[in-house]
Design a protein around this ligand. Structure first.
Ligand SMILES: O=C[C@H](O)[C@H](O)[C@H](O)COP(=O)(O)O
Length: 281
């Protein structure tokens, strides 16, 4: 995993009413296990959650994407800002010879509308970098993803990236996974009730979580891969995430789960006080 160690400047854009200010923030980078860059400013502004998502989305492209790269494009409201930035920089000629791999139909449509050249894993099995949002990030930089339904394609693409950059606002940072909402599991539609029952009997799930088939109105929600999703709702942080992940992987009928473990290279976090980059050791 890559680790940054140099002095690094962040331009944090903060919106106040209709005005935008650029705050230059010098941050020393060093440190052992988790290397945290903290932007500090004594000035505080009201920043919308959308603005925070935009900051990390733009920064991820500015800092991690170079001409000639193969880039994985994530899915969701935060990743959409990275796709937007990539399109802008390609159009302006600041980036050239990029090809990108989208992780959902909606990201593919957004990228196409911005003129981003697209390929697939079939022609490009190794990516230089992938950029995506997350639903939860724990202190070890493990993730829950898939509340937007795109977990399978996201994981397929992001495991193939030399660097996986996660972009979030600080509401996504949690002390343990499984506390802020659903932990999605993509399953085959065939005998989905049986598969859901099997999942709910697993160690680490039984007695710890409830399960709900994700719905789209009065019909099951269907993923880009024509599968269903069972959302697991935990009441407490999951004690042994790796064990639950392994158990889910052992269920025939489970296509993929939303734990993204040991995949993250760095997390870019935006909060009201600035931007942090947390590098995995
Ligand atoms: O399936 C959706 C993806 O895993 C998203 O990356 C995740 O849900 C975060 O989305 P957002 O940036 O909209 O919160």
């Amino acid at each position: 995993m890559a680790r940054q160690k140099n002095i690094f400047s962040v331009m944090a854009m903060v919106t106040v009413g209709a005005s935008a200010f650029i705050l230059p923030l010098k941050q020393p980078l060093n440190g052992p296990a988790l290397c945290v860059q903290r932007a500090s400013s004594t000035t505080r502004f009201a920043v919308s959650q959308d603005e925070l998502k935009k900051q990390v989305g733009y920064k991820s492209v500015d800092d991690y994407v170079q001409s000639g790269m193969v880039v994985g494009l994530g899915t969701g409201s935060t990743a959409a800002f990275a796709v937007e930035r990539l399109g802008m920089k390609l159009k302006a000629g600041e980036l050239k010879d990029i090809v990108a791999i989208p992780t959902s139909i909606r990201t593919k449509e957004q990228a196409e509308s911005l003129g981003v050249p697209l390929v697939t894993l079939d022609s490009h099995s190794v990516l230089d970098v992938a950029i995506d949002g997350a639903d939860e990030v724990d202190p070890a930089l493990n993730l829950v993803k898939g509340r937007g339904g795109a977990l399978l394609r996201e994981k397929m693409v992001e495991v193939c990236a030399k660097k996986f950059i996660v972009i979030v606002d600080d509401s996504k940072m949690v002390p343990g996974l499984g506390v802020t909402g659903a932990m999605p599991v993509e399953i085959t539609p065939f005998c989905h009730e049986h598969t859901q029952r099997t999942i709910l009997e697993l160690p680490g799930v039984k007695g710890a979580a409830t399960g709900k088939l994700r719905m789209d109105g009065d019909k099951p929600y269907v993923t880009d891969n024509d599968n269903y999703i069972v959302d697991l709702y935990y009441t407490d942080p999951i004690a042994d995430v790796k064990a639950v992940a392994r158990a889910l992987e052992g269920v025939v009928g489970v296509v993929e789960h939303g734990f993204f473990l040991d995949m993250t290279t760095a997390v870019i976090v935006a909060g009201k006080e600035g931007i942090e980059v947390i590098n995995k050791k």
